[in-house]
Design a protein around this ligand. Structure first.
Ligand SMILES: Nc1nc2c(c(=O)[nH]1)N[C@H]1C(S)=C(S)[C@@H](COP(=O)(O)OP(=O)(O)OC[C@H]3O[C@@H](n4cnc5c(N)ncnc54)[C@H](O)[C@@H]3O)O[C@H]1N2
Ligand code: MOO
Length: 642
């Protein structure tokens, strides 16, 4: 093979999404790739396949007059006027012939009398006391299906009963939409198989499994190819080989402008690039190309970008080839719980959690990084921020395409507030015992939770707010900030707060007095977090000036991220709960025991979601699970404290 010059492409287009799709589909049409031939399969193998043609019955069902009951077949005329007073005696088999359910009706008979309505008058005679109506208990020819009748229309996904009816109609083969063959080629020298021992820089190759799963869900046949290194020749050989046999080839990663990104160059050298760079976020560097009359799509490497670009570009092609209508997901209107700033240059796909609080749906944005597959795992839906908009204001109404059924969304208890590990257990137990109810929790700190209750964006808020004047927990803050609201405080647990330090406590940190040392770096929590308020309270008590703490301004948003910072050696210590230290096998220096409550506005109290939460908190199962964590005191769990 002649070696080609491998230039590095640095500039991406910023083609509007609709234009990119239109251009690509036009090219598919030009090269005759706007449809695929149908497939013929045996009827019994056609479950879940989509019919390309309407299917008509070839034979009737039943195709003979059949007895519908066990009994005797008679000529209805011969039973005329039979009554209790005037029973009729019929001879067997001339006038009454024994038949079983499903058996052909004798030619000279036109009705069946159920065996339980027959009296025996002798060995060869029966007596009846009621006349038989013509065709009673007979399934006449074509009762179910008449030859030439439509069994299923074109475009129907075949269900088990459809298969039965088609077979009953005498059809043994059906013409169905193809299952387009799609190869997925993961690329990246850094990729390793799941389960490998991980060195820094190694990335577990999981995208191909996501992509293949999506292709299956959309009716295609996925082929997961071997992972390739970032190597021009390897990628080029593979793409050339696959385009000669597949309907579509998806190359994952290497789509951008990095020094090891070859997908663009390979497609360009082997065929034609229709578009590289679409005005969407995430997913911008997607590449739409054609090689050997086969579409080749370069899907960006980040998992969220990969999933979204599959939705936007691969799904429509697969649906088009299968003559399937685009799936329109259920939309709802929801109010955004936070302000979101977005880029003017791209249409952004924002993953959101959704809940119904009072009469309104509330959407809360999830992590926006393209590498955060958990943002898709957690998402209830997605909202699109159009290009040429700078974002969405807090409280603004947006349209959300739902990933989950609406009734599940309506059964979601929305918790916003302070983070605690026991909330995950609460959530699990709630869903286990009271489906479809679930708990979604957003961690924005205790004060954030109180404000969310005030704005009616949450049903419950997890709070642990120490009042610096009185030393009392939660009640003073609730009374101050939720004056107009009648709020119930339910204790979730008492828990230990302390300094999370590395294993072995190498810096010998023994209490808060040590965090001002020059050789100790600290990681803090965000303003408004109960843990930060506790820290400030304790610092004041000890007369420590926060300005002397190295890292006081570095903020993480929950206990586990603080523990992760210590674990990753980017800080020597941070204040957090014992369970977080234990979760990452770190050490813990106790500082205080604090009360963690759920604040619940009285107006939601009677709602099933809240009542089920209370039941769970008071249950043995919940308490046993929390007991497995350290640093919790459950003696007051479930008690109403205010
Ligand atoms: N200078 C610029 N840099 C980047 C740009 C840009 O415009 N200019 N675009 C950014 C955007 S946006 C995206 S999206 C990514 C796309 O990157 P690539 O398609 O080139 O993919 P990689 O860099 O190879 O990988 C990104 C990331 O994803 C991980 N990855 C890749 N494949 C898999 C897989 N099969 N399973 C799991 N994870 C995978 C990979 O290891 C990287 O961490 O580029 C930005 N950069
Ligand atoms: O546009 Mo890239 O797809 O964010 O992350």
């Amino acid at each position: 093979m002649k070696k080609r010059k491998k230039r590095r492409k640095v500039y991406l287009d910023n083609t509007p999404l609709d234009e990119a799709i239109d251009n690509f589909f036009n090219v598919l049409e030009e090269i005759g790739k706007d449809s695929l031939p149908s497939e013929t399969v045996k009827t019994e193998d056609a479950l879940h396949r989509i019919t390309r043609e309407p299917i008509f019955a070839k034979t009737s069902s039943p195709h003979y007059h059949a007895s519908a009951m066990d009994g005797v077949a008679v000529k209805s005329q011969s039973t005329h006027r039979a009554s209790l007073r005037n029973p009729k005696v019929l001879s067997i088999p001339e006038q009454a012939e024994i038949v079983d359910t499903g058996a052909p009706l004798p030619e000279d008979k036109d009705a069946v009398i159920m065996i339980e309505d027959v009296d025996w008058a002798g060995k060869k005679e029966i007596e009846i006391v009621e006349p038989a109506a013509p065709w009673q208990h007979v399934r006449t020819i074509g009762e179910d299906l008449v030859a030439t009748e439509l069994i299923v229309p074109a475009g129907q996904k075949l269900k088990p009963v459809d298969i039965g009816a088609i077979l009953a109609g005498g059809i043994t083969e059906v013409s169905v939409e193809p299952k387009p063959k799609v190869s997925v080629v993961p690329t990246g020298t850094e990729l390793v198989e799941p389960g490998s021992d991980l060195e820094p820089g190694d990335i577990v190759e999981f995208n191909s499994h996501v992509l293949c799963g999506l292709i299956s869900e959309w009716g295609g046949t996925p082929f997961r190819e071997n992972k390739l290194d970032d190597d021009y020749e390897q990628i080029a050989d593979t793409v050339r080989n696959l385009t000669s046999k597949q309907d579509l080839v998806v190359v994952n990663a290497g789509s951008s402008a990095g020094s090891h990104d070859y997908t663009y160059q390979v497609i360009k050298d082997l065929g034609e690039v229709i578009c590289h760079g679409v005005a969407i976020k995430p997913g911008k560097p997607v590449i739409l190309g054609i090689v050997d009359k086969t579409p080749v799509i370069g899907i960006p490497g980040y998992p969220v970008s990969a999933t979204l670009t599959m939705e936007l570009f691969v799904k429509p092609i697969l649906y088009y080839w299968q003559n399937r209508k685009p799936y329109i997901s259920k939309q709802i209107r929801a109010n955004m719980s936070r302000r979101v700033v977005s880029s003017f240059n791209a249409q952004e796909y924002l993953r959101v959690k959704v809940g119904k609080v009072g009469d309104n749906f509330v959407a809360t944005p999830l992590g926006r990084g393209a590498g955060m597959i958990m943002s898709l795992v957690k998402a209830d839906g997605v909202t699109v921020i159009p290009q040429m908009r700078e974002g969405i204001e807090k409280g603004e109404e947006v349209e959300v395409d739902l990933y989950r059924p609406k009734n599940e969304i309506e059964s979601t208890v929305v918790g916003i507030g302070s983070h605690d590990i026991s909330l995950d257990i609460l959530s699990n137990e709630l869903h286990k015992h009271f489906p479809p109810y679930s708990l979604s929790s957003a961690h924005v700190g205790s004060m954030g939770g109180i404000m969310a209750l005030k704005r009616e964006e949450a049903h419950i808020a997890g709070v642990h707010l120490l009042d610096s004047e009185t030393g009392e927990y939660n009640k003073p803050h609730i009374e101050k900030y939720l004056k107009e609201e009648d709020v119930v405080l339910v204790n979730l647990a008492y828990r230990e707060q302390g300094l999370i330090v590395s294993k072995g406590n190498p810096k010998n940190i023994t209490g808060l007095h040590d965090i001002v040392r020059d050789d100790v770096s600290f990681v803090n929590r965000q303003k408004g977090a109960g843990t930060r308020i506790l820290l400030d309270y304790k610092l004041k008590e000890l007369g420590i000036n926060s300005e002397n703490i190295l890292g006081y301004d570095r903020e993480e948003v929950n206990h586990l991220s603080v523990a992760a910072a210590v674990n990753g050696n980017t800080a020597d210590c941070g204040l957090g709960i014992r369970a977080a230290a234990e979760a990452l096998d770190l050490e813990f220096v106790p500082v205080a025991k604090e009360r963690y409550d759920l604040a619940i506005p009285r107006k939601y109290w009677e709602w099933d979601g809240i009542q089920y939460i209370l039941q769970v908190i008071r249950s043995e199962g919940f308490k046993n699970s929390i007991d497995e964590l350290s640093g919790y005191d459950l003696s007051s769990s479930g008690q109403i404290l205010h």
